[in-house]
Ligand binder design. Structure first.
Ligand code: NAD
Length: 310
């Protein structure tokens, strides 16, 4: 019987598609001895807690409860996936403002009861809202982490792996920058067994295939949302991976969102993730074109932060 995670408490604030799927993933993977689910819609959290609890005979020991902010006391990590959905006719900035208001409410409520926790932001636009959470929380920067481009990097590795017929685990490839339209693929640093990709098989990808793979990576969410309204499985796995790295003090390198001093914004960059949270960014070896693309991505985030007065 797996008992290693007794004493580990994970909180989830915002138990919608993303939050609930994350909780379910954490349950199956035995990441915590206790999962605390909080949602503005209390019945949703209650229903999810009951539904997951009934799976107890089939998973490692874990108490799943619907709660309120005081129940977050002692949580090592709190995942924030609370937010409102974009309505037809709304601009992106409208969504930013509405979700910034939600984050402005939930972060102080979390910290009132769990001052030692690590905040893991999933709500979009994740880089902007992780930065906002960092600013209003007063926490050390390591302890406010956004899911960043970890999901995008996973999509990228999956697609490259499909093309080369090599498992994504063995593809070392990174998407950095904004989790969004301006994100940047680091083709120059993409390697298999330490060898950079060339133009010909077995480790080759011609220029037009690269463009298609990156476009599919960047636009994946649009495609999935058009097909079924939301994305939640892969982001839940990505969030679970970040939690696992924190809880096991792994010091694993993951492309999460952190403050990049050069730009003064949060964005997805390789960081060392362990019990301290996320320490980064690690230095990036980039081509001139990649640096320019990252500058442009930072500019998009800087402008949005300025419009929000952050
Ligand atoms: N970071 C990523 O890579 C990534 C991937 C997918 C989705 N997301 C984002 O995650 C967020 C959630 O998406 P979803 O599909 O789960 O949405 P959803 O509508 O299914 O769930 C959002 C939940 O938040 C709750 N909520 C709203 N305001 C709240 C508040 N003040 N306090 C507590 N709970 C509150 C709602 O009741 C709802 O249950 C969105 O912003 C989405 O864009 C991020």
């Amino acid at each position: 019987v797996h008992t290693g995670m007794q004493g580990i408490r994970l909180g989830v604030v915002g138990c919608g598609a993303v939050g609930a799927t994350f909780a379910y993933t954490a349950l199956i993977r035995g990441l915590a001895g206790e999962l605390v689910l909080i949602d503005a819609n209390r019945n949703k959290a209650l229903g999810d807690a009951l539904d997951m609890s009934h799976g107890a005979p089939f998973v490692p020991p874990c108490r799943v409860v619907a709660g309120d902010y005081p129940d977050l006391a002692g949580c090592q990590v709190v995942v924030i996936a609370a937010g409102v959905n974009q309505q037809p006719g709304e601009t992106r900035l409208d969504l930013v403002r509405r979700n910034a208001q939600v984050i402005g409410e939930v972060v102080p409520s979390i910290l009132r009861h769990a001052p030692d926790t690590i905040l893991l932001m999933a709500t979009n636009p994740v880089d902007i809202l992780a930065y906002q959470a960092y600013r209003i929380s007063g926490l050390p920067v390591e302890r406010v982490v956004g899911s960043g481009t970890l999901l995008d990097s996973a999509r990228f590795r999956y697609l490259i792996g499909q093309e080369l017929n090599i498992h994504p685990r063995s593809i070392h490839a990174y998407i950095v920058g904004e989790h969004g339209d301006s994100e940047v693929p680091i083709w120059s640093g993409t390697t298999v067994a330490g060898t950079p990709l060339g133009d010909a098989p077995p480790l080759g990808l011609p220029r037009e295939r690269r463009a298609a793979i990156f476009a599919e990576t960047r636009d994946a969410a649009y495609r999935i949302i058009a097909a079924k309204g939301a994305t939640y499985y892969a982001i839940a796995l990505a969030l679970a991976r970040i939690c696992e790295a924190i809880l096991n003090d792994e010091n694993t390198v993951l492309t999460v969102s952190t403050l990049v001093p050069r730009y003064g914004v949060y964005m997805g960059v390789p960081c060392v993730v362990g019990r301290h949270g996320a320490r980064g960014p690690l230095p990036l070896a980039l081509t001139e074109d990649e640096i320019q693309a990252l500058d442009r991505s930072a500019a998009v985030l800087q402008q949005t932060l300025a419009e929000l007065g952050l």
